[in-house]
Design a protein around this ligand. Sequence first.
Ligand SMILES: C[S@@+](CC[C@H](N)C(=O)[O-])C[C@H]1O[C@@H](n2cnc3c(N)ncnc32)[C@H](O)[C@@H]1O
Length: 659
Amino acid sequence: MSFADKRKHRGAREQKSYVPLSGVGHPTGASSSTDREDQPGNSSGEKNHEISYGRHHVDEEKAVVAPSDVIGKREEALEDGYPRRAEQSVDSPRAAHETSISQVDGALYAELPNNLVILKTEDRGRGIWTTQDVKAGTVLFSIRPHVHVLSRSQLTSFCTSCCTPNSSTALKKCTKCRVVHYCSAACQNADWGFHKSECEALRRWASDAPQIHADDEKVTVPAEAVRCLGRIILKRKKEGVGSRWWKEIEAMQTHRQTLAEPVENEVHLAHALVRYLGVNGPEALAKYDIRGVGELVDFISKFATNSFTLSTPSLSPIGVAVSPLAALINHSCDPNVAILFPRPGPSNLPAKLTEGRPNPEPVLQVVAITDIPAKSELFTSYVDTTMPFTQRQKDLKETYKFTCKCNLCSPADRGAYRDYRGVVWCPRSCGGVCPIPLEDVVQANCSNCQAIVEDKDSVLDAVRVGQEALDKATSLSASDPTKALHITRNILKTLVNANLTPATHPLLAIYRLHLSLLLPSLGSSGGPTEAALDEAIDIAAKSVAGLCHLLRPGHPVRGIALAELGKLLAVDEPETTTAAVPASSSTFPPNGPDRLKLAVTTLRQAMDELRIGFGAANDGGEVGREVREILANAEKEMSVWDVRIRETLEDTIKSSKKT
Ligand SMILES: C[S@@+](CC[C@H](N)C(=O)[O-])C[C@H]1O[C@@H](n2cnc3c(N)ncnc32)[C@H](O)[C@@H]1O
């Protein structure tokens, strides 16, 4: 049967070409072109998050919770390679990893729900804890960030106020600054409180830009960190230092006191901010109630430690947001909550968010991605947890100034399970894996047959060259995607030949980047070619395989990867240009009904996981709605297939009876 025949059989389906999830780029962030260069921190993250305790508001702390001890309970590794979660819970028996817990007055945070409390531990500072059992998929709270701004590259693609993409509504730009865009007059009015002074600052910045760079938005529009800090300072002037809005921001944690001197990024940002605000020197900051450079740097440090990546419902980074309440959540590389912007639709949002607002988005939601027992701390991940231990520790130290001791990072536990981020397949191909023979890995035996990786140097070389290629391709992904694609395609072969598994770093990161570079070409008019679609499906399947080894079921990144794969499998198979090759059962991707079946299975699993990662009450958010629709069409088409197969069988039986 040729591909053309197969398409006839699949005729119930409308001809579909590929459209990226939720109409925007790829979920991983690998391909994002946000303007982070002027922002302290945020080197790799799913989130550029934080909070801080700022000037140690001792008056916020109350009596010690009884009992005032916590246990870091560490259990044995799971067979599947996940370490068991070390739940940090109050009332647990005293243990070696002991920390005192004190209660913090949560009254400042009006949006803190009743089933959560703020507690403070010695090693992590303030954090948010549950008072009741919480089921995976529960939306713990929904809030509008105090401030959010779009990255420079996204200013024309999303409404500055509600972040609606211009693919769904034609955006109109502010006729004065010509920088920000709105989807409606209502959104423009709603944003006016922020934009009024900002508009003037943006125009001043552009007019100061050197004329030779008049068309370069990197010069004519300040980076997101500058605009976000500018919005906070301008809004503080309006709200007043006594307002709850400002007090929440002021109470964010700072690391300034622990730093001998401000780091280069912060100094650079301070200069840019002063220029943006139009003050001639640090002294003139008094106009904005900022008492000198020290306070400005403190403020920047809070921003670096407490800001979040603003993202689309499919997790593509589009800007930065500040939410002091959500920023109270501490980090773990094995998180139990996700912080995201799933756009669940107004009917799924709390009434207090929708009252009096044409569109309350962007709404930040904190979603439980595992069952969480009562009296446990909430943890989200500040960095990309598919990165290996050393990279995660480096990123956390640089931006958030702490050493992570979570289950995945705890040296005691690290040897107790197989971390697929750093393994190669067994050289004897027995199906087992061996740790990559790094300096600190003494034994590199196969987990199954005890074989040893003999040629350590070639594995280490491949990993090093792979990392270099990843860095280069990432830096080129926005400016020269064709060249970036060339690099990723070439290096994939080297890494696969060096026996890296799909979960191993940097192979997984390269798969994800490669996929993000392939997807835009699939949406071109005329639809994808057979080869392009097959390559994208193959890479998407490998990404899913890698992610499923590293992230727990229900993790939003897994849900999005499954949705992407299911969606690609559901695209109509293009006309083949070569003679049809009969599909063998081992061919991947499969063709015809087998591909459709795989699409349905994958989309069903994606739906199950999106309902956890993006909230059960949201039914998976905007991506969940989209996947449900594709799944319904694929199921309908599969039932047509089943009818046709039954009819063909009946015809065959009838005709064989006649003869
Ligand atoms: C966004 S804030 C989180 C709230 C913060 N604990 C507070 O008291 O405001 C990030 C900071 O919290 C601390 N932190 C977060 N997770 C941590 C962890 N797992 N271990 C140690 N410190 C942590 C670090 O100081 C980090 O810079």
